[in-house]
Design a protein around this ligand. Sequence first.
Ligand code: ZN
Length: 275
Amino acid sequence: MLLALVVVPAYAVEMEDVARDAVDHAGLLPADVAMLEQADFRWRHLQTRHFVVHYERKTFATRVARMGEQFYDAISGDLPALQDRMDPRRSHIFIFRKPRDWQTVVANTPGLEPWAASFVRGQAMYLQEIGRGKADKMSMLAHEMTHLVVNRFLTVRLPLWLNEGLAEYYGEFAYRRARGLTHRERNVFKALRDRTPLADLIAATDYPADPAEVARFYATAKQLVGWMLWKLPREKWTAFLTRIMAGERATAALLDTYGWTDIDDLATEFADFNR
Ligand SMILES: [Zn+2]
């Protein structure tokens, strides 16, 4: 694979520790506030422009706070038509240092796999502290960080393929940028041969039951988002998102904006790209 790598200067992110009384609760769910008030945790609070990180050990918290702002820049730059409806309120990130504490969080959160290392609920992310070299957990964090950022811009629920496709897409590319590498994303997109049929992908309201199909589903969603972003006119992407946010049905807005007569028509063009 030919990649153009450019090392960019270290990313400067303003951050400061704030006192417990200064933490903004707006946008938090009652469960999040309860977590903040648990006496078992000696939470400290690190604040950036868009995030407040609740942590016990600062090194990792600083990395996560910086990553949040880097993702924010990368993603918001691609969503010019959308407003950050949370601003000036911050999104929250809780970091759990002790494995036992994290296991308790996972056990008390319905719908999580036991090996989950992070998840997003509304405007809060819950995260297990990750050591260096845990590439699989870092990519999961990158995926969830995208959900946390994108949630700031949403006024409607996105279709599953678009929500997960964005998280997979930026989970890879914003993370690469965050590590100081800028890739020519346009050139990185190559054919994906093993795909979920688009009619199934676009109609899905729930994740596939078959674990083998889950990976294909995420990969296809990511490929579709990347193709729309990099191979099709950017103004159509912007128009499509604008129409969804205005409350139009996503599939109808997709076909009409891009000029496809139906999903078969879209699938044919997508298949040509992936040939
Ligand atoms: Zn996701």
